[in-house]
Design a binder for this molecule. Structure first.
Ligand SMILES: *Cc1c(COP(=O)(O)O)cnc(C)c1O
Length: 460
């Protein structure tokens, strides 16, 4: 054995204690550390021939790379939709790597059973029925892509062909209707051979991102045959929600596959005041929910639900003599794009076991309250303009005067030590978003963001 490796093996308990101490030190700084530090990025270094051992690797990582890392798991990183890592999820992630299970086959089945238990808990958390079968994937983009792959196979079933066997070309023209689809849906359609251009934007309601039902019905009536509808439960800009129950009801008159992108919006189900926003979610044929956002498990984790695991297996089956059988409860190797895969259910399992439904309700409601605080403050600050009501956990706003991308970028630069916000464009207007989905964010953080924003607008 290489001497460095042998030493690390022999000193593993002490080394892990040092790593644990380092992690604890880092985490204890999160609420005060600069959100996006200005430290320069290190120059790439050459590969070491001899190796330096774990302790030296940790020291070099801490010295060269950590200063440049953003505090994205901290309480005031409000860009995109970003979650942190709960204490239990962190422990779960350590256990994932400690056990390093390849969760893909029932020939070594415990990992898959743990995964199914966690899926059951998630189903219960979001109020989904047993008809929704779930699998862990690496993120919402992958969850949307898998959902759309199952939808593609369903279209084939309607036409008496199998795109999984004969290719996407076996389908006639495919139309995918959506009011405000997330960009990842177009990416998924590209990967699936359906093409980005199969996505047809249906007009939203005036001043909203939620789809106009009458316009959707007209678009469905124009279609010759079955199509796919992507309903949105929580758009990224203004967190708008399509009327899921009404859309699902349209299937009585028009044949379509209903995929719901509820990447973070699904968490509305945890707040009694907001649960109506996702009423009807369970009626979907497939559902995307991200876990590395509001569940606050580490990257990379999301869940994909569908009512048609049989079609999912047609698409993703990896039939080989050495893998497990397909059967009624197919192994995950037959359900997701990956074959070998980490047991990423463990962090979700840990955090759900540790904090339960009530813990997640508290996180969700606190994030919503923070968004409201910032939204109300933006609304009452001269120089700032709220662009949409705060429906859930995102504040979408701009400058009241001359809202150019440059001026907004100057504003975010001013506050970047204190909070990280990301730009967007809403109806042609450059804007900013502040998204709350971290378990650590409190009212104090919301007030700090407000103070930083007010000072920066004053300076502009
Ligand atoms: C974040 C997000 C996605 C993409 O998620 P990734 O985890 O980054 O792949 C898709 N849809 C919605 C609505 C999202 O918010």
């Amino acid at each position: 054995m290489h001497p460095r490796l042998a030493t690390d093996r022999d000193e593993l308990p002490q080394l892990l204690a040092a790593v644990q101490q380092h992690a604890a030190d880092v985490l204890s700084q999160f609420s005060e550390r600069k959100v996006v530090p200005a430290a320069p990025l290190p120059e790439p270094a050459p590969l070491s021939a001899r190796g330096a051992g774990l302790q030296a690797a940790l020291e070099e990582f801490a010295a060269r790379w950590e200063p440049a890392l953003s505090t994205s798991a901290g309480p005031r990183y409000l860009g995109f939709v970003t979650g942190g890592v709960t204490p239990a999820a962190l422990a779960g992630d350590w256990m994932t790597s400690t056990w390093d299970q390849n969760s893909f086959t029932s020939l070594d089945a415990a990992g898959q059973h743990l995964e199914r238990e966690a899926i059951g808990w998630l189903r219960s958390l979001f109020g989904l029925s047993d008809q929704q079968r779930g699998t862990f994937v690496s993120g919402a983009t992958m969850s949307n892509t898998v959902g759309l792959a199952v939808a593609r196979e369903w279209l084939g079933e309607q036409q008496g062909v199998s795109p999984a066997e004969h290719g996407a070309g076996a389908l006639g023209g495919v139309r995918v209707l959506s009011g405000a689809a997330h960009s990842s849906a177009a990416k998924g359609l590209s990967v699936l051979g359906l093409g980005r251009r199969s996505l047809v934007q249906v007009p939203p309601q005036p001043g909203r991102e939620a789809v106009d039902l009458a316009a959707l019905e007209r678009a469905l009536a124009e279609d010759e045959g079955p199509c796919i509808v992507i309903a949105n439960a929580g758009t990224v800009n203004t967190v708008d929600f399509d009327d899921l129950r009404a859309i699902a009801g349209l299937r009585e008159r028009y044949p379509f596959w209903l995929h719901v992108d509820a990447a973070f919006g699904a968490f509305a189900a945890l707040s009694p005041e907001h649960a109506h926003l996702v009423d009807g979610l369970d009626l979907a044929d497939s559902i995307c929910i991200d876990l590395h956002k509001w569940l606050n498990v580490p990257y990379d984790s999301a869940v994909q639900f569908t009512r048609r695991p049989d079609l999912q297996t047609r698409v993703f089956q990896n039939a080989a003599a050495y893998l497990g059988p397909l059967g009624d409860t197919p192994d995950t190797a037959h359900l997701t794009p990956e074959n070998s895969r980490r047991l990423r259910a463990i962090p979700a399992w840990f955090t759900l076991r540790a904090y339960g439904r009530d813990g997640y309700r508290e996180i969700t409601e606190r994030c919503i309250a923070c968004a409201r605080t910032v939204g109300d403050a933006v609304d009452s600050t001269p120089g700032l303009q709220l662009l949409a009501p705060v429906r859930l956990n995102v504040v979408c706003f701009t400058l009241a005067d001359d809202p150019t991308a440059e001026r907004l970028s100057a504003l975010t630069e001013q506050i970047v030590d204190e909070a990280f916000l990301t730009p967007t464009v809403l109806d042609g207007v450059p804007a900013l978003r502040a998204a709350f989905s971290n378990w650590q964010t409190t009212a104090t953080d919301a007030h700090r963001v407000v103070s930083a924003l007010r000072a920066a607008v004053h300076e502009l």
